[in-house]
Design a protein around this ligand. Structure first.
Ligand code: SF4
Length: 484
């Protein structure tokens, strides 16, 4: 088996995006998801090492010499960082010309031809669900026989047939030993999760078809494929043994609550273990299921509301009703489940009025914390295709010079400048009100650690708002790329 370096490459300082994050950008406060996708394939290739450069604060000069110790490098590429991902491939190849270099991730899965054509330093792309494609390359299988592989040979490019999607999720080894072996657990930090935390997948894919959502449309697919409840309990037990410092476990599945029977079964196994856990959810989970989850250790739900306007929800095919989202949130409040709500501004059909609706909705349902993202038309998504077809793309980039998100879309009645400015207005309207300030202060009083953490996040957040204001005029200008 080839000795393999799995690299989440350096890009913007503090950039949380390549190998684990759904919205690929530098966030408002320090934020790093685990590079779970890379860790999963690293778990299949024992003679390897996972390096997460952004989380460790490593630059290219520090990463490139690593190439000498390996026969193959697998780099996680993303749309906003594609150019620096290619620069990393070239730097590794320059240090070790015999190194085989491959790219993985949603962006190159969508555009494998472009990825290979951009630089001769890239030898292959493992498309879509890439775990076993990469493993077969590492095993030394002839490249023409590997499903899901796009590759270069003597200047020509080849695209093998797609790999069949993986259904037996229990076959995949746990990522926990890779985290413990290669990562610094304290590097991983999410504002609404306890620190340190540990996160991993118990299943892949989402049966919903939200038009903006990257992973189900590029890697995971629209069937929710899951590990058995017993296997999940085994993974959790392993996490507690190998990462005892973790104060919370987060299940990073796109929509962990999609299979209600399974969620209840997993919960009932976790309860007796005394684990504190959190997960993602669509805002449509019935009270009875929430109750079982809460009674068995659930602390927080990460909930994708996206918008408080029904027409916008219909436009993106979210499959939820505003009233149902309200009911769900009330149920969470009644049960004492903490909610981190995520919203997106600039989705198709957005107007001043719908933005006001969404801000009012968020204040009304009152999640504990929120995150407001800008609609990001990633290649490979329906939103990207719609944006191209309708001329909504304002700029050719998805992030600006520091890695923060750009408002990439504009509409006849709503400019990208206005969408960009609305994010700050949303945060201010949500957080800068007496009841919410009191709630945050109350939380700080629970412990000195929480006080320090919230003060640091508050300072980072204010810096973020300040930088955003400074960047606004610059990012409003169309780039040369976008005007072509
Ligand atoms: S429900 Fe969530 S994970 Fe599923 S497609 Fe919609 S946004 Fe994506």
């Amino acid at each position: 088996m080839m000795k393999t370096l799995f690299l989440n490459p350096p890009s913007y300082e503090g950039f949380d995006g390549g190998a684990g994050s759904r919205f690929q950008a530098r966030r408002e406060v320090r934020s790093f998801w685990y590079p779970t996708w890379l860790a999963q394939v690293a778990a299949l290739v024992p003679d390897g090492r996972l390096v997460d450069a952004p989380a460790r604060g490593l630059d290219l000069a520090q990463v490139a010499p690593l190439a000498l110790g390996f026969e193959m490098a697998v780099i996680y590429a993303s749309a906003p960082t594609f150019h620096s991902d290619i620069a990393a491939a070239e730097a590794l190849k320059q240090v070790n010309p015999r190194l085989k270099v491959g790219l993985v991730g949603a962006h190159v899965a969508t555009l494998p031809e472009q990825a290979l054509a951009t630089s001769s330093a890239v030898d292959f792309v493992a498309r879509h669900e890439f775990d076993y494609t990469v493993k077969e390359v590492a095993d030394g299988r002839p490249w023409e026989a590997i499903d899901g592989l796009s590759w270069r040979w003597k200047g020509r490019l080849f695209h093998n047939r797609d790999r069949a999607i993986l259904h037996e999720m229990d076959r995949l080894p746990s990522v926990i030993p890779v985290y413990r072996r290669d990562l610094t657990i304290e590097d991983y930090y999410i504002g609404y999760l306890r620190h340190p935390y540990v996160s991993f997948y118990t299943g892949r894919g989402c049966r919903s078809k939200c038009s903006f959502c990257l992973w189900p449309q590029t890697i995971g697919g629209h069937t929710y494929r899951t590990r058995s409840p017993a296997k999940v309990a085994e993974d959790v037990a392993l996490a507690r043994t190998l990462i005892p410092e973790a104060r919370e476990i987060y299940f990073d599945d796109d929509t962990f609550t999609d299979d209600r029977g399974r969620v209840a079964a997993v919960s009932r196994l976790l309860g007796p273990m005394g684990v504190t856990w959190s997960c993602s959810a669509k805002p449509n989970v019935p009270f009875e299921t929430l109750k079982v989850m809460k009674e068995n250790g659930l602390r927080l739900l990460l909930v994708g509301y996206e918008s408080g306007n029904q027409q916008i929800l219909n436009n993106i095919r979210k499959g939820t009703r505003v009233e149902a989202m309200r009911r769900f949130t009330e149920d969470c409040h009644r049960l004492g489940i903490t909610v981190h709500g995520t919203f997106i501004l600039g989705l198709p059909g957005e107007t001043h009025e719908t933005i006001r609706n969404t801000i009012a909705f968020a204040r009304d349902i009152n999640p504990h914390t929120i995150q407001v993202s800008l609609a990001a038309p990633y290649p490979g998504t329906e939103l990207h295709a719609q944006a191209l077809a309708n001329g909504w793309l304002t700029v050719g980039e998805l992030v600006q010079g520091r890695g923060h998100q750009i408002a990439a879309l504009s509409y006849p009645d709503l400019s990208s400048d206005e969408i960009f400015a609305a994010v700050e207005a949303f945060y201010r309207a949500f957080y800068f009100r007496p009841a919410k300030v009191a709630e945050m202060v109350g939380e700080m009083l629970t412990s000195w650690e929480m006080t320090r953490r919230r003060l640091r996040e508050g300072a980072e957040f204010m810096r973020f708002l300040h930088r955003r204001s400074a960047a606004a005029p610059a990012i409003a200008k169309p780039t040369a790329q976008a005007s072509r």
